[in-house]
Structure formats: C-alpha cells, structure tokens
Write a protein that binds this ligand. Structure first.
Ligand code: GLN
Length: 485
C-alpha cells in the first residue's frame, strides 16, 4: 500500500515496528506536497528541514525501544496561525508576513514529544476570519474533490491537505466552526474539543473565549490519536483545564447506544435539501444502531449567529490591537507622523475582512454601544448556554448538519460578508457554549460533493462523543460497502 493511503494509526504502528523509516516518511510527504502537480495551495510553508531532523531524532529514540511515542513517525500539517519556532507564522496576512516566532506553541511541543513529523504550515483565511479560505495573501485554497470549489474555512488548508492525502492528520483552529466546516466540505473528520481541553498558548488569538485548536483526519480513530498527543493541562494558558484527561483512543471501545437530540430548527429553510436528506439519513442510521432519537428545540439559532459575530469581532478588535507596526507586525516607513505610521501600517497590513471585523468590534465596544451590543450579546450567549445545558439533561448528543450547504464555489460568497457569516449558523453554538463538537462525513449531494453531520457533546465528554462518532463512521462505511464491511 502506498504511504499516503495509510492512516496515522497505521503509520505509527509501522514506524514503531521498524517497517517504516521516519526520515523516508518525512521526505516522501514533503516531496508530495511540494510537487508541481499540487495546485491546491494548501500549504504556505513546507518545513522539510524540521521534519527531517525530527525524524532523525525519532530514529534514535526508537532504537531505545522503550515506550515508543504516541504518534511516532506520523506526518502532521499545522495551520499557519500556530507558532512553530524558527518558521514563518503568517496567519495568511501581510501583517505577519515576516513574523518568525521565537517559541513553539504548546501543541507543537506536545507533538514533538509525541514523535510527530511536522511537515508544513497550512493556508487559511486571514487571521482565521472566514468560511472559505480565500482571503490569505497567499491566495485561495482549492478543494481537492473539485478544484472550482472552496475547501471551507478558515482551516481550509489543513482540511484540503488531509483530504488530498498530503498528510493523514492536521491541526486547525475553531473559533466559530473553522475545523468542522472545512472538514464537512472536504469529506474529512474535524473535531473541536471542549474549550479548555487543548492549550491555546502559541495560537495567534482571534477571539480568545471561543478559540480552540482541534484535529482534522480521515477517520475518528486518528482524531482520538491526535487528542492523546495534544490534550494536556498547560500552565501557560490559564483557560486550559486541569481535568484528568481520558485515553481518547482506548475510549473508542465499548460503544453503548445513547440518546440523540435532533433540533428541528436546524433543518429549516435555508438548508440545502440534499444536506437535510443526508443528515436525516444519518439520524436513521444511528437509530438503527440502537440510539434513541428525541426531537428537541434549540430555538435561538439565529440569535446565536448574531451574538457570535458581536462577541467575536469585539474580542478580535482587542486581540489585533497589538499589530501596530511598532511592537508587532508590518510597518509602513514612509510616513509623516507617528499616528500616520499606525494608521498606514494597519491599513496596509490587514485585508478587507479583517479591517471590517476590527471596525465592527471597536464599534460594539465603544461607550454608548457597549450596553446595546456587547453586553446584550453576552446575555444572549448565557441564554444559549442554558438552553444547551437543558437539552443535555434530556439527551446525550445533539445532531445537526455541519454546514447549510454542501459545496461553496470559489468566489461565490466573497463579496457578500453576511452570506459568508451565515455559513456558520450551525457551528457557532458549540463555541458560544464551549461544548465539544465533531463533523463526520455522512453522504453526498447531487453533485457528488460531501455532506457532514455534526455531533455536539457535553462539556468534557469528548471521549464519549468520539465513541459515538466512530460507531457512526463504521455504520456509514459498511452501508456504502453494501453491508459487506
Ligand atoms: N467563519 C467564522 C468566522 O469567520 C469562524 C471562523 C473560525 O472558526 N476561525 O468568524
């Protein structure tokens, strides 16, 4: 079997038994992504030297044979908003075009410790603001399933890289859906862990009370493997919880049927018929697997999107204030005054969408509007959190579509920010409330583009959620094999 067909789990096993040489693995994958035939624009930087030297060190570690690391020899791609020491971390922005972090994000340290081979930094929407991965200065990411289509956003590079078998696993960041949506649009699995499960230290902040790093893979087992490698308490991130982490991989065993809740509001108008059909079919399959299905109500679906965009832009305007051309970021030198330097550096450094968000965020935080918008949005956030907790008294998992549409053509939503924001309608609730959520492929639309189903789980019940997701995955695979799997 060709190397790119292997799962992360298989690569690890073959590396540990000596069947695969990590240096050859690193070179093989770096060659694949740097090949001229790769037109996806999924990578911004290929970190070949880093991957090869990590692989050489891993070789020595493996010779000692004691406790082979958790993801030994597995090539991993990293979204370009996660700091990797000594390599550019651009966030797809002119503002950070020349930024080379002097330190590693905690997840990078975790991955190195776990024996991963980090082979590159992936393309994204500028500062992770968007749903189509088209706004980076490095250009748009293309969907490997149909290159006229977007790979989703904002972690589109990571999702495209996994879907194209350029890597078995990648990391993205999910503020309002940016791991789950590109996973849905590329037919991969994308997981947003419970807020506080994975350290955000070294993740360039967009909206800190929502941001969470999460893995993308081609199957749920590899998601669990990645969680074992990256989910630890981190004293560098005060929002990173110190709860006892389960063994996510071992937790996949022993599936027991659960009660699933289907919120009717999430299947209403505005959702493509093919998406509704595929997700309803997913619910039927879960019922056949023994799950109890309950109709539930999560009525504030539209308020969720409004609250999300007020809070996210408010936090973004504050987080992005550090890019002033002096302490951080792109600097315009030919200016008359200090004030001009700030204004011109920020105008030239940020793209249109980022500037729009900073303006919106500054507006909703300004005196006179703070109560009217920001405080109101925080109140709505609390109501949505209570709605969600109430639902979880009755059901174990909530099932919804991940994205209202199966495919988004490149350019289709670029000129219409509101349309773009509405793509997040089903994903933002998990960020507003901090719960865990996963997108798993569940079928195709009439054009053959993939549809994702989203499972939302209780806080810190990530392992239980992955267990259900894996059972669903095995049911859907066996169905598409005609029941022969
Ligand atoms: N599309 C959403 C936004 O632009 C979510 C982005 C994300 O999760 N990073 O805010």
């Amino acid at each position: 079997m060709r190397l790119e067909e292997l799962s992360a789990h298989e690569i690890r096993l073959k590396t540990v038994t000596g069947e695969l040489d990590p240096v050859e693995t690193a070179e093989y994958f770096c060659d694949r992504i740097s090949d001229a035939s790769n037109k996806l624009n999924d990578f911004i930087t290929i970190t070949r030297n880093f991957a090869v030297s990590s692989a050489a060190r891993l070789r020595l570690r493996l010779e000692n044979k004691v406790n082979p690391p958790l993801i030994a020899g597995v090539p991993v791609a990293i979204k370009d908003n996660i700091c990797l020491k000594g390599y550019p971390t651009t966030c797809g922005s002119r503002m950070l075009e020349d930024f080379i972090p002097p330190y590693n994000a905690t997840v990078i340290e975790n991955l190195i410790e776990a024996g991963a081979l980090i082979i590159g930094k992936t393309n994204m929407d500028e500062f992770a603001m968007g749903s189509t991965s088209e706004t980076a200065i490095q250009g748009a990411v293309r969907n490997p399933l149909d290159q006229e289509y977007s790979a989703g956003g904002s972690s589109g590079g990571s999702a495209a890289a996994v879907a194209a078998h350029h890597v078995p696993v990648a990391l993205g960041s999910d503020t309002g859906g940016s791991v789950r949506q590109p996973a849905a649009l590329t037919g991969t699995v994308g997981f947003k862990p419970t807020y506080g499960s994975v350290s955000r230290y070294g993740l360039v902040a967009y909206a800190s009370s929502f941001d969470q790093i999460g893995p993308i893979a081609r199957n749920v087992e590899d998601i669990a493997l990645m969680m074992n490698a990256i989910s630890f308490h981190d004293p560098h991130d005060s929002t990173c919880s110190s709860f006892d982490r389960p063994d996510y991989l071992a937790g996949l065993d022993g599936f027991k049927p659960v009660t699933i809740g289907v919120p009717r509001e999430y299947f209403a108008s505005g959702v493509e018929d093919d998406v509704v059909e595929a997700v309803e079919h997913a619910v039927d399959l879960l019922a056949l697997a023994g799950c109890r299905v309950e109709e539930i109500t999560l009525p504030r679906v539209n308020e969720a999107i409004a609250a999300y965009y007020v809070i996210a832009t408010a936090e973004a305007s504050s987080n992005l204030a550090r890019y002033d051309g002096i302490v951080f970021g792109h600097r315009c030198e030919q200016v008359a005054t200090l004030e001009d330097m700030y204004a011109e550096s920020r105008t030239a450094g940020f793209g249109t969408e980022v500037r729009r968000r900073i303006m919106l965020g500054t507006y909703v935080l300004s005196s006179g509007y703070y109560d009217k918008y920001y405080r109101k949005a925080m109140q709505v956030r609390e109501i949505i959190r209570r709605d969600m907790l109430k639902v979880f008294e009755k059901v174990d998992v909530v099932v919804t579509p991940t994205s209202p549409t199966a495919g988004i053509k490149l350019g289709e939503k670029l000129d219409d920010p509101l349309e773009m924001y509405l793509a997040d309608v089903f994903t933002v609730s998990a960020n507003l409330t901090g719960t865990c959520a996963i997108s798993v492929p569940c079928g195709y639309d009439r054009d053959g583009l993939p549809v994702g189903v989203q499972f939302i789980g209780r806080h810190f019940e990530d392992a239980e959620l992955l267990k259900l997701a894996q059972r669903f995955e095995s049911v859907i695979i066996s169905e598409s094999d005609g029941g022969n799997a």
